[in-house]
Design a protein around this ligand. Sequence first.
Ligand code: 13P
Length: 260
Amino acid sequence: MRRLLIVGNWKMHLNASQASLLLHRLQENIKIYRDIEVVLAPSMLVLQPLSVQIDRRKFRLAAQNAYFKDEGAFTGEVSFTMLRDLAHYVIVGHSERRHILNEDLPMIRDKVAASFRNGITPILCVGETKQERDDGETKQVLHDQLMTALSNLTAEEVGEMVIAYEPVWAIGTGDIAKPDQAEDAVTYIRNYVKDVFGNKAAKTTRILYGGSVVPDVTFGFLDIPGIDGFLVGGASLNYHSFSEIVLAAHRWQREQEDEA
Ligand code: 13P
């Protein structure tokens, strides 16, 4: 059985006490599931306190970003080196960072490399804007984002990483991708990995869908071939909806087992 991965990206929400309360509620609601890996990505500020509070049998922590240099005069930045032992994953290249914070392709490539250098698994986000989709450029955009971000990696590293397909137009809009759009993109990403890094890497790379994921769509989206889980934004800020997503994924896994 393939373990599913569900990541809650809290973005720039929740101060320390709010984050602690949400974690407390999630720990009450979410059981230990061996078929699902649940990851929380709070703000940088609360990673440390949550790491003390967290039940490690249920959750892992991710940072939402980090800087690609390990140490030095980079005011305001936090390095991957500083996140060792604190975060299991780091989200790299989220579209909000690409578009609002102007992160370009080479910077994202350097961040992916820094992540591996420091023993942290990157969750690389890729995805096209509405304009790019309308212009028929989706695959070209995915190609360019993947080619740059993965360019310095070994097949083994690519096989360990997580790639999240997050169409920009679906993020925070309620306009979730249609199943065939998600399937096309995810298939394209896995084929790219297969062509460049080989079969073994393509089999083990985990590919997530993100963009307006809510409990109601979870079950159906897991039927899409090649989707290994979700990167959840808004719905991860509410303990009820996030727990529902995790529970739906667990039910889906059990259904697969019963059918096997
Ligand atoms: P929403 O689930 O709020 O659309 O956000 C998706 C996202 O950007 C997760 O990283």
